[in-house]
Design a protein around this ligand. Sequence first.
Ligand code: PLP
Length: 392
Amino acid sequence: MNAKPRGRQFFNNPGPTNIPDRVLRAMDRPVIDFMSDEFMAIHHACHNGVKRVLKTDQNLFMYTSTGHGAWEAALANLFSPGETVLMVETGYFSESWTEMANHLDIKVETIPADQRQGADISRIAERLAADKEHKIKAVLTVHNETATGMVLPLAEVRRAIDEAKHPALLLSDTISSLASMEYKMDAWGIDLTVGGSQKGLMLPTGMSMTGVSNKALEVSRKSKTPRHYWSWEMMTGRAPQKFVGTAPVHMFFGLQESLKMLEEEGLDAVFARHARLADATRAAVRVWGSDGKGPQLFCQNEDRLSNSVTAVVMPEGVSSDPMRKAAVDRFNLSLGGGLGKMMGKMFRIGHMGDLNEPMLLGCLATTELAMKASGVPFVPGGVDAAIKSLSA
Ligand code: PLP
């Protein structure tokens, strides 16, 4: 008989993430009418709370959908078939958003990048400067590429657009950076932000949020892409909840609690905690691969390391699958795998959301155990390095 491992599963996937007990308890209550005053008040508080997290005073739309839904909403509301956008290559998620745009008949030009170094921002400026007729309608970015563990400096992207004196909108996916890493929608001049519930917001999967600048809202009035459920115009015209269909009241019960937790800790402290845990994770990985034969950090650009997820490349010829299987089946630790062409070649340690030092150290120690159990070559001592980093 296969007994389930005892104790709580250590969950270090880069999304979904741990749902705090406080959030689970807040959701454990009877349903209420989504047209009631009680729900209106909860919705209003959450709406304002999410805007504070995005750091925007502009518009916000929330969908009962995953991040993919909000991606599609962004494309359908802003662009007409045949229009051109510029996608900055980051990895699996910039490629997936590109594929979706292609399916909507939007032309996508890509700024190619070495995915271990990150895109060269000057290439965005050069491309926009050459676009004298302003055919490019927007620059699309993934702020934190969850597949590679790398961040894109969005303020620099905005500067590149401004220096080229180009009217393109700046769109950003903050799905795996929202409420984990600094994000300043208005100050960085972002016209559209896509976020999801299941990462830094510590909620179940199923709700997405879209911050929209006034400029982008104006542009959306001209889009000829057919839309209904995703239509911002439809949503604006609805009752205060702005949902096309039934509002997901239990997600709001959870969201209200998670926003309360974020505000009690303070967003800056939340970001500092993520940075501390990320530093410790990287310290461990650097030791594991210090002889050049063990696993290595995928990101080779020190300035772009993600604080919410660390992507670790396996040694040449060693699959990450047996190690991840040992971790989850024998030791009850769930780690992320590689995506797309990195499947089997990488594992990813999610360190975002509801996480603290003992949880991270448990994860790192168990990763060492799983590597040992599955014959992955590595230099021991990663956990010691993580402890040193956390106690510095
Ligand atoms: N963008 C990024 C950066 C992601 O990490 C993910 C999911 O992990 C998505 C988009 C897609 O979001 P969803 O799975 O909620 O549709």
